[in-house]
Design a protein around this ligand. Structure first.
Ligand SMILES: NC(=O)c1ccc[n+]([C@@H]2O[C@H](COP(=O)([O-])OP(=O)(O)OC[C@H]3O[C@@H](n4cnc5c(N)ncnc54)[C@H](O)[C@@H]3O)[C@@H](O)[C@H]2O)c1
Length: 379
């Protein structure tokens, strides 16, 4: 049967533009679907660089104004892989034009923006998805299966951290290409929206809603040269952010993210302790799930390190042979595969815009708590 084309208009050719383009190009080689993505257009403000990207990745056309891509009638899906300050306007325009929308995380710079985006896609009735790709690491998906099967029993603790070290130098400027994450106007917040958002999305997927939080943030370097505004400007993002949380299911949690953990580049770890079993996962070793099951026979009971490469592990029957692992880029391929499956079946693919709004409500509460010094309920 002829496949239905899914004509993608990709906005942004940076880090995420590349992971998404790779996913659209690869997915059909490994996953079956009635839909076939086509890289129809890429948009970025620098036409020469966008053209070079299009040539490298086989994208059919180039635009330098996202409004033109949104207006084109040969595009089905607008995929937003540009900085956070562009998400709301592009997503709402795309939904109003009747396009499906995929958006990078965080959905908005704050929950108010995300709410408007949810309203737009739901009013238009268009398929939508947010790229919280860590859900699609096979080991993390397996953790979800084990929790849903009740293998951990009642959950007591959730512990997550996401550590980096790339902004420690005090002479690093803020703003502009490659450094927009240090500019609050563009990013919305610092590590809270950038790194903790990932931890929160995974946490709520695995362990349910978060009720209340108590947060603290710090900006270690108070002033930096601003690449766009010029001169030395106050830094207004959070360099580090940590919070305590209570989940609706009664479990307690700690979350931490920073760009000041010397030696760590992208150390995302999570640990869950339940009455029967515990789980630990580490992005630097993403194909392993550490599992402790108290029901094991006592003399040999201990933490096992499960190599997630077998055909009965999530997604792995589509890849190589048992023992051979996959990596980071595959999480994006899995996300596209799940989106296409959703289109085949007429069902939304999680996380939807509404799911991602839930994360922004938590990050808003964390930032508010850091300001008030009090526990805050998640709206
Ligand atoms: N899912 C993840 O793990 C993950 C990882 C990194 C980044 N992100 C998110 O992806 C988004 C992009 O981040 P990145 O690291 O790829 O950034 P990047 O700086 O590498 O690339 C941004 C791209 O957006 C383009 N751009 C900027 N403003 C634009 C505009 N007005 N119109 C069209 N194009 C524009 C730039 O030219 C560039 O191509 C952000 O929202 C970020 O939070 C998600």
């Amino acid at each position: 049967m002829a496949k239905k084309k899914l004509r993608v208009g990709l906005i942004g050719y940076g880090f995420m533009g590349r992971t998404h383009a790779n996913a659209y190009k690869s997915v059909g080689n490994f996953f079956e679907s009635g839909h076939e993505p086509e890289l129809t257009a890429v948009c970025a403000r620098d036409g020469t660089r966008a053209k070079a990207f299009a040539e490298q990745w086989g994208v059919k056309s180039v635009e330098t104004d996202w409004r033109k891509i949104v207006a084109r009638d040969d595009i089905d899906l607008i995929d937003i892989a540009s900085p956070n300050d562009t998400h709301e306007e592009i997503a709402i325009a795309a939904a109003n034009a009747g396009k499906m929308v995929a958006c990078e995380k965080p959905l908005g710079r704050n929950a108010a923006e995300s709410r408007a985006m949810v309203a737009a896609v739901e009013k238009a009735g268009v398929a939508n998805m947010v790229w919280y790709n860590y859900r699609r690491v096979p080991a993390v998906t397996l953790a979800k299966q084990l929790i849903d099967e009740g293998r951990l029993g009642r959950i007591f603790h959730y512990r997550a951290k996401f550590l980096q070290d790339w902004t420690i130098a005090s002479d690093l400027p803020q703003g502009g290409e490659g450094l927009w994450r240090l500019d609050k106007q563009v990013a919305g917040s610092g590590v809270t929206g950038d790194l903790l958002a990932h931890c929160i999305d995974t946490a709520m997927w695995l362990n349910g809603a978060i009720d209340s939080v108590s947060g603290m943030t710090e900006t270690f370097i108070k002033e930096r040269v601003h690449n766009v505004k010029g001169g030395v400007q106050k830094v207004t993002i959070d360099d580090a952010s940590a919070f305590l949380a209570r989940f609706a299911n009664g479990s307690l949690a700690t979350f931490e993210a920073t760009r000041y953990a010397r030696g760590h580049k992208a150390l995302y770890t999570l640990e869950i302790n339940g009455e029967h079993a515990s789980i630990f996962w580490d992005l630097h070793d993403l194909h392993r799930l550490e599992f402790f099951d108290h029901k094991d026979e006592g003399r040999t009971r201990g933490w096992r390190s499960v190599h997630i490469t077998d055909g009965d592990h999530p997604y792995m029957d589509r890849w190589w042979v048992p023992g051979l692992q996959i990596g980071y880029e595959h999480t994006f391929i899995h996300q596209v595969a799940d989106f296409l499956k959703g289109l085949d079946e007429g069902k939304p693919a999680a996380p939807t815009f509404r799911d991602a709004l839930a994360t922004d409500l938590v990050t808003d509460a964390v930032l508010k708590s850091a300001e008030t010094g009090r526990w805050e309920r998640v709206a």
